[in-house]
Design a protein around this ligand. Structure first.
Ligand SMILES: *Cc1c(COP(=O)(O)O)cnc(C)c1O
Length: 396
């Protein structure tokens, strides 16, 4: 089908939950994707920080194919060999002692919220159940994670929302300290806010959050759904701070495009989940775990993190160059290959212009261009992207 036919059928059959661009991508390889009319694009969005090892990564594809021919699905009523191996790798390379697998970021955060509540009921007396999250955050679209998401535009029309949530401004320790009252059991936050506009907190912020949580005896949950799995140049973004959470959630890049989510915790907290506490039919199924194992292998042993740090620094440098030439560029921020470009104008026309010239990116919060490309991009890819972006800015 041509793009035009696809769009017409899409509008006919698919619920209108997305403001889709008029493109249908049908094939991908590495950093590049092709649409239904054969046009090539440099993909600096990567399915929103999902395809960290590039599209159709041969190692991931081979692992999925081999697993599909061996055992695709069995119930968590049984022990699952690839699940045990992936959990082992995540535990050996993080603060955590135990893993629960699910299928998405929202589900991972749901699991984290449930675990924090269960732990609180057992260890903090009966009256501590509130979760404090940050203004401008994003944690998912289920009712509980939507409520934790500190942005009214996502919540409008879905009330009554679940109770037991509260908010504090991001990157503001004094306000967080005031928000963590006697009835709070956990603080939930992103290490760098993603959907909220690639907001990097001040140095020492995460350490300060940890200190507040420890002083008040509440759990720290880090949502690393976007920042985790190498995106910021470390396997997990919390590593740079030198402090660790009690619970962490992952999804997006964990399966490089195969849907996988995970909720990790220390033993102290994890023991509150006992048989029957929580479950997922598909969570941790062999096929998803095969994808996750291939991703972990690449991140740990194939130089992906080094490339992310090096090319990320180069990319930010090149963007600083654009900033000197174009007064509409207000600020470049980010870490590794999670980069935001704040503009003084709306970003939609720039996204559209780049797409027409063969570069995919997106825009959050109206005026913040977001780059979350595959972590395997080269400096040559960056040069090509910056040339396209510069050309589009020139024309405005
Ligand atoms: C994308 C995202 C989620 C939601 O993940 P889904 O897989 O869409 O449910 C949650 N938290 C953060 C930080 C995210 O970036």
């Amino acid at each position: 089908m041509t793009t035009e036919e696809l769009i017409s059928n899409s509008n006919k059959y698919i619920m209108g939950t997305y403001a889709r661009l008029p493109v249908a991508l049908v094939r991908g390889e590495g950093v590049r994707v092709w649409d239904a009319d054969g046009k090539e694009y440099l993909d600096f969005l990567a399915g929103i920080a999902v395809c960290a090892l590039g599209h159709s990564n041969p190692l991931v594809s081979a692992a999925i194919c081999a697993q599909a021919e061996t055992l695709m699905h069995v119930s968590n009523i049984y022990h699952i060999e690839p699940q045990i191996r992936l959990a082992g790798l995540l535990v050996e390379n993080s603060f955590a002692d135990k893993v629960f697998f699910c299928n998405s970021g929202a589900e991972a955060n749901e699991a984290a919220i449930k675990l924090a509540r269960k732990y609180a009921h057992e260890h903090m007396g009966g009256n501590r159940y509130r979760i404090i999250s940050m203004r401008n955050s994003f944690h998912g679209r289920t009712l509980a994670t939507l409520t934790a998401t500190g942005q009214e535009r996502f919540q409008k029309g879905f009330d009554p929302l679940p109770t037991g949530f509260g908010y504090a401004p991001f990157d503001d320790l004094a306000s967080l300290d005031r928000a963590v009252t006697e009835d709070v059991c956990a603080v939930l936050l992103e290490v760098i806010q993603g959907e909220g506009g690639v907001r990097v907190p001040q140095k020492g912020y995460l350490e300060g959050v940890r200190r507040i949580c420890d002083d008040k005896g509440v759990l720290l949950i880090l949502d690393e759904v976007q920042t985790g799995m190498g995106r910021t140049g470390d396997l997990f973004a919390y590593e740079k701070s030198g402090v660790a959470p009690d619970i962490m959630t992952l999804a997006k890049a964990l399966g490089n495009g195969f849907p996988v989510g995970a909720m990790l915790a220390t033993d102290r907290v994890a023991v509150s989940f006992t048989p029957g506490s929580h479950a997922s039919t598909f969570g941790g199924n062999p096929l998803a775990m095969a994808a996750g194992l291939a991703v972990m292998d690449a991140l740990l042993h194939r130089g992906v993190l080094d490339n992310c740090r090096e090319v990320g620094a180069y990319f930010r440098d090149r963007l600083e160059g654009l900033k000197r030439e174009h007064s509409i560029v207000r600020e470049i921020r980010g870490r590794g290959l999670m980069i935001g470009v704040e503009l003084s104008i709306e970003g939609a026309d720039i996204v559209k212009g780049c797409m027409e010239r063969g570069l995919l990116l997106n825009c959050t919060c109206g005026n913040i261009l977001r780059f979350v490309p595959p972590l395997i991009i080269t400096k040559g890819d960056v040069d090509q992207a910056v040339a396209i972006l510069g050309g589009v800015m020139q024309e405005l």
